[in-house]
Design a protein around this ligand. Sequence first.
Ligand code: SF4
Ligand code: SF4
Length: 303
Amino acid sequence: MLQSDTGIIFDVQRCCLHDGPGIRTTVFFKGCPLRCLWCHNPESQAAKPQLSFDSGKCRHCLACVAACHAGAHRADADRHVLERSHCQLCGQCVPQCLAGALKIIGQPRDVPSLMREIEKDRKFYKSSGGGVTLSGGEPTAQFEFCRNLLSAVKNAGIHACLETCGLVEPDRLTALISLVDLFLFDYKATDPDLHRHLMGVSNERILANLDMLLSRGVPVILRCPLVPGVNDQPEHLRAIADLAKRHSAIRGVEIMAYHSMGRDKAQQVGQQPGLHDIATTDEPTKNAYVQTLAELGCSAVLG
Ligand code: SF4
Ligand code: SF4
């Protein structure tokens, strides 16, 4: 069983420029309570580690078949077949695959090892006004570990951003306020029925949590994924602009344009992609969102 000083992390990216101010190290947590149809990081949704298999890279060399004691890889007429349900996540097959088709997504990490990685770029944080961003998945889904890592970042005097979908117990969110310098809060759909349809859950608690942060004056950047024909209705754009105009604690609005890369990643971890026929949003459409928000009195940027 995992201790609260160990979390399941699926990536740590250094020198990020789009996850908060300045140059940042972004730590990606596994596990999310939402199931957004357009998810860009479907490999983050499940709380546990997963085997990722990229069939496009597979050369059918069958080296993984001999490596797997569980029978998850097998040959069918000299073609590779993966029986995902047999996988026990031992990782033995991964180094055998010279094509790079296999990967374990999510590793246990402790706070000291993450802090050593974070500390490597301290000089860049200082010179750029950057720091650390906890992202995911939903970091608060691993609440104790999230709090411990934020405490360590705070004690190290490094700026901390928390990217959140907002679906978290209110008392837990409250407990994190003093450890977070800036919340990157997702705002995905205003209409409750549409929210339930697209994200699989109600937005009631999410909106209440956002309201709680804003009414306390906690700095927030609103991150708004917009998918053409899915959640870019005029009423939603108007609601975004109204929120931003009403609350001085909203320090910025970022439009997160849809990218179809999530589809391949979903298939690699054995999931069905939520959206099939929607292309990556083009530049004119992205710029039109920014223009519409500007006309509504809200200065947004592309995230
Ligand atoms: S991770 Fe282990 S059990 Fe899973 S497919 Fe690879 S070798 Fe088999
Ligand atoms: S080792 Fe990699 S390339 Fe070879 S069959 Fe297995 S998954 Fe395919």
